[in-house]
Write a protein that binds this ligand. Structure first.
Ligand SMILES: CC/C=C\CC/C=C/CC(=O)SCCNC(=O)CCNC(=O)[C@H](O)C(C)(C)COP(=O)(O)OP(=O)(O)OC[C@H]1O[C@@H](n2cnc3c(N)ncnc32)[C@H](O)[C@@H]1OP(=O)(O)O
Length: 302
């Protein structure tokens, strides 16, 4: 799939993974009107959206079994659903959760980073950047209802949210564990973590690739609340009500003030960040590390 079309938003040029879809040539207003979400659920194969227009919120469920690894397809569908909700003034908040039992998201799809060519790596990384930028700067209130394990890219997604509720299950670990795979979290992963838990804790967590169990995740501030598993959704809903009690314009401007500098760092160097990723991931030694890691994952079963 060629992902090349670009769209300027403020100083940002966003790529439009959906540019090939029917209706993509419509003007923004027309396409928003046609694409109005309404009360019925919508979504795609890998992203379910359950809207509640009366409450002004939608529950977005990642559904890419077995582990919601962030394939190019999932990233693309995620961005499309997000855009649809952003463009519909009915919606003020999204609860982001998983439809895959026991896993929020296994992070970036290792198959997208193994044994492919540089053009594929570049396309893939651009899609990862795009999702992060859209989530991190979203005007909507985003609450992560983390109902499963949440390593690496899964953790990154949850860190872009405004609030994280984690189910209290020792298997549901969360963190940026890239070093355990022999790879390095890029600067914007690191910045997102530092903005959430501070410099010293991030330094230790990143170098050691720590996956925090719930109590520790709460203690370091990686999540905001830990609740019994059957209360994750209801807690996310009541937290959402609190966030939605704040006037949108004031909250949105404040969010932007807190996050813009971090996002701008990537916006200013998207191309070099892509080149850096492609160069790094193409190295034989890195490919070997990833293969070893994948092998261990598969062996775990046998
Ligand atoms: C310059 C910058 C350079 C590089 C930066 C790159 C940044 C990368 C960030 C990332 O996100 S890398 C991905 C890191 N992810 C992980 O380390 C998680 C690995 N997975 C797990 O730990 C476990 O799968 C789980 C705890 C999420 C779930 O455990 P469980 O329910 O027991 O499932 P299985 O382990 O049996 O997995 C089922 C199936 O899925 C495959 N799989 C798991 N994770 C991934 C993945 N991230 N990508 C692709 N495939 C994955 C696993 O191999 C199994 O496959 P089978 O074929 O054996 O069924």
């Amino acid at each position: 799939m060629a992902l090349v079309a670009g769209m300027r938003v403020g100083s940002r040029v966003l790529f439009r993974p959906w540019a090939w879809l029917p209706g993509a040539a419509l003007g923004r207003k027309e396409s928003a009107a046609r694409g109005r979400v309404g009360a019925r659920g919508f979504g795609s194969q890998r992203v379910l959206v359950e809207p509640d227009p009366a409450a002004g919120i939608a529950v977005m469920k990642l559904k890419s079994p077995p582990v919601n690894s962030l394939s190019l397809e999932l990233l693309t569908e995620f961005v499309i659903s997000l855009e649809k909700l952003e463009n519909d003034k009915t919606f003020r908040g999204i609860i982001l959760t998983s439809d895959c039992p026991g896993v929020f998201s296994a992070g970036l799809d290792l198959m997208e980073m193994c044994g492919k060519n540089p053009a594929h790596y570049a396309e893939y990384w651009k899609a990862v950047q795009e999702l992060w930028l859209r989530l991190y700067l979203s005007n909507l209130v985003l609450i992560a209802a983390i109902n499963g394990a949440c390593p690496a890219g899964g953790c990154l997604i949850s860190l872009t949210c405004d609030y994280r509720v984690l189910a209290d299950n020792p298997k549901y670990v969360i963190g940026l564990n890239e070093t355990l795979l022999g790879i390095v979290a890029p600067f914007w992963f690191k910045d997102t973590l530092v903005n959430t838990i501070g410099h010293r804790t991030s330094e230790r967590a990143l170098q050691l690739g720590i996956l925090f169990p719930p109590a520790e995740a709460l203690q370091v501030g990686m999540v905001d609340k830990v609740v019994p598993e059957d209360q994750v959704q209801s807690t996310a809903l009541s937290v959402m009500a609190q966030w939605l009690s704040i006037p949108d314009h004031a909250r949105q401007l404040t969010k932007n003030m807190m996050r813009k500098a971090t996002a701008d760092r990537l916006v200013k160097q998207r191309d070099s960040d892509i080149q850096n990723f492609v160069g790094f991931i193409s190295r034989d030694s890195i490919q070997k590390s990833l293969q070893v890691y994948l092998g261990k994952l598969r062996q775990k079963k046998g």
